[in-house]
Design a protein around this ligand. Structure first.
Ligand SMILES: Nc1ncnc2c1ncn2[C@@H]1O[C@H](COP(=O)(O)OP(=O)(O)OP(=O)(O)O)[C@@H](O)[C@H]1O
Ligand SMILES: [Mg+2]
Length: 469
């Protein structure tokens, strides 16, 4: 069985060839689209593995030529262009599978085996090309997984549950699923289930008939009906009141809704996407979230990783937001690579939202067009009091911030960090013991002479802590 491999990066080509040969394939390798087309004319292959960016063109755009010659040839796409756009385009071609780089080589080899075994491409009718400017930015491995999950749900109505901390982009993912999916011609209706008063939630979701309750002066069409033909986005689902959860579950199970005070059963025609920043399992354990509803919603989970776990994305996101800020009329700024480095070391507890707001303020307030680490530091410093207030007490984060702000010279980092740590620590303990060094040393669990020596090195005077009444 032979596989045609189109890959201009030789180091990658070698690795893929080795893995495929280990699977028992004979690999024919070429580095351009012209060679690919020539080889395809010559012989039959059981699978095609192709890169996207090739010296003489785009491996996805020219895939029609492959299909024209071999309509059933399974195609596996590998790409370093890790954008949602590439993922979507790759899926739109009906490719057997899409692998963003870096990928697991064994998984690739297994997939090619499956593809060759299937003998058929799972060709999907080509749809109109998607425009540029897809909103979700990210090149980290974690975001590649998210992009792949998105492409998996575009052509079906499976319920999607998006989980992740506040500000990680859950709503943006929900919009992407709708805007890129087969329901994009229909409405996208978002409901923040936490923001609606508990007593109104049923009428909001399912609607009500005139006179159903005091104040129901006219018939009201609920969100489920408004979303007909499109997508209903149930945001903050973890905060939905219990009674509403029960009603929601019933609607999802029966596939119908009834307006409050109404008799007619209305068939649902919606794709449901739910999101929450709450960890639902403890909520279930505490009896605040229905387990059966959880299983109903959690058909395809998409997990949005916190920004601190995908620091690779911070640089691209920052540049993306600077561009947006400029498009919205703020001064056009550039980010130096040192500045991007500094940004990527910040904790970003508010995730992408916090980064976005910070970048907008930076665009507005920076003095120069080129944003350097100093401009970032001064803005960070100006915001530090607020940051300290909401400090979680996480030393790792404090260290990250301290390093970014203090930038101790190489060769002095340990000493400087130890001093920065010991100073407030000793001060706290001395305050506790009213300046008594012996008790302080005991509490700390260090030798009294060591403490005395360190105190004088740190220019900390225990006398200062003696309580005077
Ligand atoms: N990958 C991304 N690329 C570009 N912009 C992003 C990305 N992720 C998030 N954003 C932006 O960050 C902001 C916060 O995102 P979003 O509102 O989707 O977060 P969320 O997870 O729904 O937060 P919450 O739980 O607080 O509702 C938005 O302005 C969004 O456009
Ligand atoms: Mg949200």
């Amino acid at each position: 069985m032979s596989v045609l491999l189109v890959e201009d990066d030789l180091s990658i080509a070698i690795v893929i060839t080795a893995a495929l040969e280990a699977e028992g394939f004979c690999v024919v390798h070429c580095q351009s689209i012209a060679e690919r087309d020539r080889l395809l004319e010559e012989g039959p292959y059981q699978a095609l593995v192709t890169d996207v960016m090739l010296p003489d063109g785009d491996g996805i755009e020219t895939i029609d030529r492959v299909r024209a010659l071999h309509p059933a040839l399974p195609i596996v796409i590998v790409s370093a262009q890790n954008t949602l756009d590439t993922a979507v385009r790759a899926t739109d071609t009906g490719a057997f599978e899409y692998f963003p780089k870096p990928f697991d080589i064994d998984e690739l080899a297994r997939t090619v085996r499956q593809a060759a075994g299937a003998g058929q491409g799972t060709a999907v009718e080509g749809e109109e090309p998607l425009g540029d400017g897809l909103p979700l930015v990210g090149r980290s491995t974690a975001m590649q997984t998210v992009f792949r999950m998105i492409t998996r749900v575009l052509r079906n109505d499976l319920t999607v549950l998006i989980l992740g901390e506040s500000g990680t982009g859950k709503e943006l993912v929900a919009e992407a699923v709708h805007n890129l999916g087969h329901r994009r011609a229909g409405p996208f209706i978002a409901v923040n289930t936490a923001a609606i008063p508990a007593e109104l939630i049923e009428s909001e979701l399912f609607g009500h008939e005139k006179g159903a309750f005091t104040g129901a002066v006219a018939r009201h069409v609920g969100k489920f009906e408004q979303a007909a033909g499109g997508t209903l986005f149930l945001d903050e689902i973890g905060d939905m009141p219990m009674q509403a959860q029960t009603r929601l579950l019933r609607a999802l199970q029966s596939g119908t809704v009834r307006r409050v005070g109404g008799r007619e059963e209305i068939r649902l025609d919606v794709r449901i996407i739910a999101a929450t920043n709450k960890d639902l399992e403890p909520e279930i354990a505490a009896g605040r979230f229905r387990e059966d509803l959880y299983y109903r919603l959690n058909v395809v989970p998409i997990l949005m990783p916190p920004l601190r776990d995908r620091r690779d994305d911070i640089d691209v996101l920052a540049r993306h937001f600077l561009q947006h800020a400029a498009n919205e009329g703020l001064p056009r700024r550039q980010l130096t690579s040192e500045a991007a480095e500094l940004l990527s070391r910040q904790p970003w507890r508010g995730n992408v939202r916090e980064l976005k707001n910070f970048i907008y303020r930076l665009a507005l307030l920076a003095r120069e067009d080129a944003i350097d680490p100093e401009s970032i530091q001064s803005l960070l410093a100006a915001e530090t009091p607020a940051m300290l207030e909401e400090d979680s007490g996480d030393i790792a984060q404090a260290v990250t911030r301290w390093l970014a702000m203090e930038k101790p010279a190489s060769g002095t980092i340990y000493q400087a960090a130890a001093a920065a740590f010991e100073r407030p620590l000793f001060a706290e303990v001395l305050k506790e013991t009213g300046g008594n060094q012996l008790r302080a040393a005991q509490a700390l669990g260090i030798n009294r002479n060591t403490l005395r020596k360190r105190l004088s090195e740190l220019a900390l005077d225990p006398e200062e802590f003696v309580r005077r009444s």
